[in-house]
Design a protein around this ligand. Structure first.
Ligand SMILES: Nc1ncnc2c1ncn2[C@@H]1O[C@H](COP(=O)(O)OP(=O)(O)OP(=O)(O)O)[C@@H](O)[C@H]1O
Length: 252
């Protein structure tokens, strides 16, 4: 039986009368990889902003395990409901090692007192090893982040999100700018996170979507245009029409 972790109901937001997200209904199942696709300006990032609390909805509900989190503060959504997000483009501490970057995310020291009392206990070391293994950076752990390749920096940032023990992980175009080999490796990494974690991934690269998606939702002009398996949405006539019209040249 599939359990719904996130149940989005009639969610809308308008900016000065412009409907960026309009009556969106979407269910994200626990432990699955739910990919959101859609042409530029479809409302994908705005939908993620609504889930993470960065943007407040005009109407609708976001039920997280039955509790409405719509409109709550981003810090509450991150810490209480354990929703983590990795934005497009690496955002790491260049002059720290891979290990230190993940350690900061893991310990999340928010106060100087916590930093003083911090100890690298066996438990912390085991958690660190686990995260480094998941993002395949254990052998790079002593390198400075600035020395990493683009792909490795993205994986480091995924590691920093995982280190915060999220239930739901939102990844914003995790394979952007990667080589084909790096993209494939990222896909396998993301698949390895499913099960223990639930993932929402925004993506444009259709080979990558096919590799990872349990379910695909297609957004268009702020609305859900189609939903189903990769194969189902790929063959959907409305989806094909919208992508053919999309001037970005991306698509199937
Ligand atoms: N704060 C805001 N104020 C006004 N308009 C906004 C705001 N945020 C987003 N929009 C508009 O809402 C629409 C949806 O934008 P959004 O970034 O969510 O699309 P997207 O699907 O993520 O696109 P892309 O694939 O290009 O990143 C766009 O037309 C955008 O200009």
């Amino acid at each position: 039986m599939n359990t719904v972790l996130l149940d989005i109901q009639d969610l809308s937001v308008s900016f000065s009368g412009f409907h960026a997200v309009s009556k969106v209904n979407l269910q994200v199942e626990k432990g699955k990889i739910h990919v959101i696709i859609g042409p530029n300006g479809a409302g994908k990032s705005t939908l993620m902003d609504l889930i993470t609390g960065k943007t407040k909805p005009t109407a609708g509900r976001i039920l997280y395990e039955g509790e409405n989190i719509a409109g709550k503060e981003p810090s509450v959504i991150a810490s209480k409901y354990r929703i983590g997000r990795k934005f497009q483009g690496p955002n790491v501490f260049d002059n720290m090692t891979v290990y230190e970057n993940i350690e900061i995310a893991l310990t999340g020291y928010t106060s100087i007192w916590k930093a003083f009392s911090y100890r690298r206990t066996d438990k912390v070391k085991a958690q660190m090893k686990n995260v480094l293994d998941l993002v395949q950076l254990y052998d790079q752990k002593d390198r400075m982040a600035v020395e990493l390749s683009h792909g490795q920096r993205q994986w480091l940032e995924i590691g920093m999100v995982i280190a915060q023990s999220p239930n739901l992980i939102i990844l914003d175009e995790p394979a952007a700018g990667m080589t084909d080999t790096e993209t494939y490796k990222t896909g396998e990494m993301v698949k390895g996170l499913a099960g223990e974690h639930t993932l929402i991934v925004i993506e444009h690269d259709m080979d990558f979507v096919e590799q990872i998606a349990d379910k695909v939702t297609v957004l268009h002009q702020g609305r859900v245009l189609a939903e189903g398996s990769f194969q189902e949405v790929k063959e959907n006539r409305e989806v094909i029409r919208v992508y053919l019209q999309d001037e970005s040249g991306e698509g199937f």
